[in-house]
Design a protein around this ligand. Sequence first.
Ligand code: AMP
Length: 273
Amino acid sequence: MVGRHPATSGLHLTADERVLGKMKIMVAVKRVVDYAVKIRVKSDKSGVETSNIKMSMNPFCEIALEEALRIKESGLASEVIAVSMGPTQCVDTLRTGLAMGADRAIHVDAPATLYPLSVAKLLKALVDFEKPHLLILGKQAIDDDCNQTGQMVAGLLKWPQGTFASKVVLDKEKQVATVEREVDGGLETLCLDLPAVITTDLRLNQPRYATLPNIMKAKSKVIKKFTPEELNVQIKSDLELVQVTDPPKRKAGVIVSSVDELIDKLKNEAHVI
Ligand code: AMP
C-alpha cells in the first residue's frame, strides 16, 4: 500500500541547501527508567520509584537517533540535534546522544512529569526555532507507553507523519521521505513530503554504542538550555494522576497431564473455548 502525505506548511530546502547537504534533523530523546530495571511502585502510590534507579535513554529514542546519524553519515544531512525535556538529569541522556554522534543538543528544563501534549508543544516551539527538515521520535516511551507525542507534534506542526517506521529512505532532491511501516495487514509504504515527522519502530535499526573517545569528545559539545517560558509554552495538563498500583499477582500455573485434560479445563474452568 502506498500513500502520499503532503506537508501543509512549507519549509523547503533552497537549491544551495540541497547541494550543500544542509539538512537538519532533530531527534527527541527521553530519559526513562532503564529497560532492565524491575520497577517498584512508591509506597504512597504516587508513581514509580526513580531515586537511586538506573536511568537511560528510551530504547526507541536510541533507534531514532541512530537513524538520524545514519542519514547524516550517508551524506543526506549535515546536522543532528538531540533534544530532551525534563529535569536537569536529562543532560546525562543528551550527553549519551552526543557521544553516539549528535552534533549538539537542547535541554528544556521542565518538571519530570510531562504529558505528551506538553512535550509536543515544546517540540513544536523548538522546531519553530531550529527549523529542522525532519523530526524523528521514538514510537513510544517505555515508562508511560503513551505512543502519542509524535502524532501530536505532527498535528501541531501540520506536517505529514510516518509512525512506527521499520524502513526510512530519503530523497533529498525530491524532498521526500519514504517510510515503510508494519501494520496489521502487512507493510504500508508512505511517501512524505519534507518537512515531516517520523516515529521509529524496533526493527528499523540496531543502535550503536558510544565509544570511549566519542564519550570524551561529547563533553565539549554544546547543550543549549531553554525554559518552557522562554519557548512560550505553558506546562499544564487536564489529566490528573489518581493512583499508581502494581498489577494483581498472577496465580500459579497448573501442569496438565494430557491434551484432553487441557481442553476440559479450557472449556469448563476457564470458559474460553
Ligand atoms: P510517548 O508519546 O510518551 O510514548 O513518547 C514517544 C516519543 O516522544 C519518545 O520516544 C520520545 O522520542 C518523545 N518524547 C516523549 N517525552 C519526551 C521528553 N520528555 N523529552 C524528549 N522526548 C520525549
